[in-house]
Design a protein around this ligand. Structure first.
Ligand code: GCU
Length: 359
């Protein structure tokens, strides 16, 4: 029984959603910038009309943000149906520009009953400690000036939220069915984005691992990948290489490698009573699939307390299996660290299954 496994991890008990979100912002990811800004979106340029037999066009806009006397614009690619009927909209911060990404199978996704707005995270701000490029310069003009100022995860999430502002102006957007998806560091970003913005009904994190969906307590990794020697990434590992993703206050947790009064199930539980899909990759010991699945079970109590089904699985899931019925869906791909069309298909199935459910 997974609930027993969860007990062995001796996790801090769940709290009120806002309280958990507050702790995670203060101690891990930082607070999103609260700046006065203006946003302008260019006219779309159509790049390809032939997806889904011409029913879906690929087009691009430039989103221009002005704040603190500076301007930055970044490209947002649109994969939109042209019939104007309302559909779920998925916001996807990606590693690569659309068209050049193995993590975004355009032709296949265009066949589904959803629209997509996609941007390349580095167009928003670089993936390093330079806080003064791209939106960084606008949002954090003084850099990470307090221990609780967000890092790059916060900046990328803020951008995804602005892309949603734009998405809500499009006639084909079903505002009751908005999702955010991301892989790995951008899976952490997707979870944080949904935590801080309740307009997202669905969050899908793929192999988000440490400081994402994986519990830090009882770090288990897996034995498949000899590189991880049976353990996954720790707070120390992640903060040593990527301190700029987080707020400076997070550093203090890299000694014990656990959050004194939080663990990653808090991040998942802040999404209740909405819909969360966690995807793991079976051979990805670094992201610790077992701890990702156990975090779902631990977070599930937040849904159950409201009489709603969260996670409905009781055993460690075998590779290639998916459980999508509860409001916490989980699946495991039989793969290395990767976001593939199989994961996307699970997300679309998850949305299809829950599309008519209200929050
Ligand atoms: C590194 C990092 C992970 C992260 C991953 C990625 O492996 O240690 O935490 O999820 O990069 O984003 O690809």
């Amino acid at each position: 029984m997974l609930k027993n496994e969860v007990k062995l991890r001796e996790l801090p008990p769940l709290k009120d959603r806002l309280e958990m979100a507050e702790i995670l912002q203060k101690e891990v990811y930082g607070y999103l910038p609260s700046v006065q800004y203006e946003m302008k979106v260019s006219e779309p340029v159509i790049l390809e009309r032939r997806f889904a037999k011409g029913k879906v066009h690929h087009s691009r806009v430039q989103m221009e943000i002005s704040a603190n006397g500076k301007i930055h614009s970044f490209a947002v690619d649109r994969l939109l149906h042209v019939d104007g009927a309302k559909r779920p909209l998925i916001i996807y911060p990606n590693f690569h520009p659309m068209g050049a990404s193995q993590y975004f199978p355009i032709e296949e996704l265009a066949e589904y009953d959803a629209d997509y707005l996609v941007f390349c995270y580095k167009d928003v701000s670089s993936d390093d400690g330079d806080m003064q490029n791209g939106l960084g310069a606008l949002l954090l003009p003084e850099g990470q000036s307090t221990p609780h100022t967000c890092g790059k995860i916060g900046i990328w999430a803020w951008a995804a939220q602005r892309v949603l502002d734009y998405g809500l102006t499009l006639p084909g957007t079903d505002a009751a069915n908005i999702g955010v998806a991301g892989h790995s560091r951008l899976g952490k970003t997707a979870l944080f984005c949904a935590m801080t913005d309740e307009r997202f009904k669905y969050a899908y994190s793929n192999a988000s691992g440490c400081a994402g969906a994986a519990l830090a307590r009882g770090n288990s990794g897996n034995d498949v990948d000899p590189k991880t020697k049976g353990r996954g990434e720790t707070y120390y590992d992640i903060y040593t290489r990527f301190p700029f993703w987080f707020c400076p206050a997070f550093e203090k947790y890299t000694v014990a490698n656990v959050g004194t009064d939080f663990d990653q199930h808090y991040l998942l539980a802040t999404i209740a009573p909405r819909f969360l899909l966690v995807g793991s990759c079976s051979m990805d010991g670094w992201a610790d699939p077992i701890s990702e699945q156990l975090a779902c079970v631990a977070a599930s109590e937040k849904w159950e307390a409201d009489g709603i089904t969260g996670a409905c699985f009781n055993e460690i899931i075998a590779p290639d299996k998916a459980y999508l019925e509860g409001r916490i869906g989980y699946f495991k791909l039989d793969s290395q660290h990767f976001m593939s069309r199989h994961g996307w298909r699970r997300f679309i199935e998850f949305i299809e299954l829950h599309k008519t459910e209200t929050i």
